[in-house]
Write a protein that binds this ligand. Sequence first.
Ligand code: ADE
Length: 237
Amino acid sequence: MTFAATVLTLYPEMFPGPLGISLAGRALEAGLWSLDTVQIRDFAEDKHRTVDETPAGGGAGMVMRADVLARAVDSVTAEVPMLAMTPRGKPLKQERVRELAAGPGVAVLCGRFEGFDERIFEGREIEEVSIGDYVLSGGEMGALVLLDACIRLVPGVMGAASSGVEESFETGLLEYPQYTRPQTWEGRTIPEVLRSGDHAKIAAWRNARAAEDTRLRRPDLWERHEGARAVSPSGAQ
Ligand code: ADE
């Protein structure tokens, strides 16, 4: 089964872009995921192929027309969730990425200008997604981020099947620090425990560091993790 990505955009030339190289690029060539782009402008019906208009009520910028967007959205026949990239969307988290990656694929609607005519969200099931609390010049970069996060979890894409399991966010904690050769560099040595060969001790050290780093760097994640442990017996130590 492959992961089918469809991107609806005014700039299809931005895809696959960085997803055409490295891990995602090799997986694309291997057919582990597929990419379709839909040019939203193809669904404009006037002779100027207009996709945006000035905002009702006045104000800066331009708004993408609901009728044009609807025709573009309705042209997608794949049975996949329809997402729209927007800074007001639900913040993207690893949990949602995992769910999407386990499914048949996604369609991603990318906006430009000041956004979408609100009515597009009223009659259709479209999940609004944000990749963070900052404003991009369009949804395309957000779509690339979302797709990258999904594709690496599609079965068969990552070399070692387990390499996604222990990393940041999958455990609810940040990942423990990593080291590699040389043993001493600029006078700094790799923690002794990592050379001990004692796997139980190494695991305990890593768990402790993951917890400590999360508590210090991301108190928000730490609180959620501690809260979950308090209510779930399986999380008890
Ligand atoms: N479009 C503009 N800003 C965005 C953001 N932060 N996330 C997703 N899509 C966007």
